[in-house]
Write a protein that binds this ligand. Structure first.
Ligand code: TNX
Length: 566
């Protein structure tokens, strides 16, 4: 172990300075800093994991995050009973006591399925968790506790200090999500994988993909091939569109799973279906294929709800999508079907819900679905702007759970301010504090905390065209929603949140991630101003400029851009 004082603290730059133990985002359930104590990562540091593929995969993930910036080899080896202190240990406190710990859950939540316990001392780092997911979250926490230069795609000089102390952590809600609309503008696989990486940082565990809408159908369906080949060839403003082959979609699912994220596919029904109707006119109410649509209106399309062929189509599509989905939920949309009366809509949705359960999945849908009958395990996603919805409350009384995505709080496509170059404002302007300062457990009348499955931040992409655009709208609001989903209600504190958030600006800019420099946040360090997105028009907002990216490989093509930590 090296002395912990090299180089002198006074010569550290912001990018060199390790965060404090209390800076983690989302805020852990319990943090106990040990004053004046650090662990220093060295060229000799080893990562030891409990035997078995799950823990060693987490160990390799940590090594991959750290090898490039540190230049250290960081071998991942199997932990043994006889190991001495030192290095980083990632231990599953499973049923066999193999780690030397009892079966008793760790205090503070390492016994919960996603919880972990982290001890950082000069002699080593020890993470313990009951599951690999818990270990993965311990790794995310550890990564955040290293100095911002750890985000660099290039090798940086040490020292690599981690603040000492203990953290006990577990999530408040089981579902923490973000949605990406790949229908209005299509995003290729690498862009989606990059988004997955952003979610993993903040312990978000669901990626909802809005796969179909009026402007495009984005997933190959073998039994109805023109959905993708014809329906996938358009997007908002007439761009080329695109779709995922089943292999590509499976790649997204696997990449997310490796980051302990479940993909929730959405096939939006009965409205938002113009692309499908354009591909198969037989599904349209008048049997005639409508022209393709590249505008941004909503609510004008619907499948023929009185035609048996429509239900064959839905059964085929949901069956193929279910087969690609390891998670328990299929999202069936249900929003803005303005051309149908309530009776026709309800009859249709009752039937579609049964098709979902027939494929062994649970129903998730936008909250308009609340009028349909209860379906075992169903979840309605609330996207309204009011704190009252009697129909949703009634569905909850009948057994539904609620996923909270209030438009005026969690919508990542809302403008931050009137000057924001991208986004919409129908739900209001959503600055960081609006996104952060509400309690999902006590938000919607008649929906108690026990009925809340969690929170999700949806990013609709009518105005979002590039990776830089995605990131500018996502950061810093995603961490706000992630914290509401993860951290204990009692820890919600705007002043403390914005202090912690401020430290992440330098991390994002070092990683090449665009973000909105909200005036509400005292951004720390000298974050560089990066160019505006190409869709920005004339504006003073600074965002990333990338249009392409390489997943998991740090910044988008920015190698000629000076990093702030040279
Ligand atoms: C409403 S939110 C929609 C989407 C739009 C979005 C734009 C919801 C379930 N439907 O079709 O993209 O507004 O903010």
């Amino acid at each position: 172990m090296r002395p912990t004082t090299f180089p002198p603290r006074s010569t550290r730059t912001p990018a060199d300075t390790p965060p404090r133990l209390t800076d983690v985002l989302p805020a852990p359930a319990r943090v106990e800093p040990a004053a004046g104590v650090e662990f220093i990562l060295t060229p000799g540091t080893t990562i030891r994991t409990t035997p078995g593929p799950e823990a060693s995969a987490v160990g390799r993930h940590l090594a991959e995050l750290l090898r490039r910036p540190t230049g250290y080899p960081l071998p991942v080896v199997t932990a043994g009973q006889a190991d001495g202190p030192g290095g980083i240990s990632l231990l599953l406190t499973g049923d066999d006591g193999a780690t030397g710990r009892s079966r008793t859950p760790q205090p503070g939540g390492a016994g919960s399925a996603e919880g972990y316990h982290l001890e950082i001392s000069p002699s080593g780092v020890v993470a313990r968790a009951r599951t690999a997911t818990g270990l993965f979250y311990a790794v995310q926490t550890l990564w955040q506790l290293l100095p911002p230069k750890v985000e660099s795609a290039r090798r940086q000089p040490g020292p690599w200090a981690i603040p000492g102390g203990t953290i006990d952590d577990h999530p408040r809600f089981g579902y923490r999500g973000a949605m990406l609309d790949v229908a209005r503008h299509f995003f290729a696989v690498p862009d989606v994988l990059r988004f997955v990486d952003h979610l993993a940082r903040y312990k978000v565990n669901h990626l909802h993909l809005h796969l179909t809408d009026d402007q495009g159908w984005r997933i190959a369906i073998d039994s109805w091939p023109r959905l993708a080949s014809v329906g996938g060839s358009t997007e908002v403003d007439g761009g080329p569109g695109g779709y995922y082959t089943k292999e590509q979609y499976a790649e997204i699912v696997a990449y997310a799973a490796a980051r302990h994220i479940t993909v929730v596919p959405e096939i939006d029904l009965p409205g938002h279906t113009n692309a499908a109707l354009n591909a198969y006119g037989e599904l349209a109410p008048d049997g005639v294929a409508p022209p393709e649509y590249t505008g941004t209106d909503v609510g004008f399309s619907a499948v023929a709800v009185d035609n048996e062929r429509t239900y064959r189509f839905i059964d085929d599509v949901l069956g193929e999508v279910a087969a690609l989905t390891p998670g328990r939920y299929l999202h069936i949309g249900g929003d803005e079907a303005f051309t149908l009366d309530r009776a026709a809509y309800t009859r249709f949705m009752n039937r579609v819900q049964r098709i979902v359960t027939g494929h062994g999945k649970r129903v998730l849908g936008w909250h308009q679905l609340a009028v349909a009958e209860h379906s075992t395990g169903r979840v309605v996603q609330y996207w309204g702007t009011s704190t009252e919805d009697p129909v949703v409350a009634e569905a909850v009384r009948n057994g539904a759970k609620v996923l909270l995505s209030p438009g005026n709080r969690s919508y990542l496509d809302m403008k931050y301010s009137a000057a924001t170059p991208l986004g919409k404002d129908w739900a209001g302007l959503v600055e960081v504090r609006d996104a952060y300062d509400w309690d999902p457990g006590d938000y919607l009348a008649g929906v108690p905390a026990e009925a809340v499955l969690g929170v999700e931040a949806p990013l609709w992409t009518e105005t979002v065209r590039t990776v830089g655009d995605i990131e500018f709208m996502t950061f810093p609001r995603l961490p706000a929603i992630a914290e509401l989903g993860w951290s204990p209600a009692r820890s919600r504190d705007w002043a403390d949140f914005r202090r912690r958030l401020a430290g992440h600006g330098l991390r994002w800019s070092t990683a090449g991630i665009a973000f909105h420099r909200s005036p509400e946040v005292p951004w720390a360090g000298s974050t560089p101003v990066v160019p505006e997105p190409r869709s920005a028009g004339s504006t003073a907002e600074a965002t990333g400029a990338s249009t392409t990216s390489t997943p998991g490989s740090g910044p988008p093509p920015a190698d000629d851009r000076p990093l702030p930590i040279a």
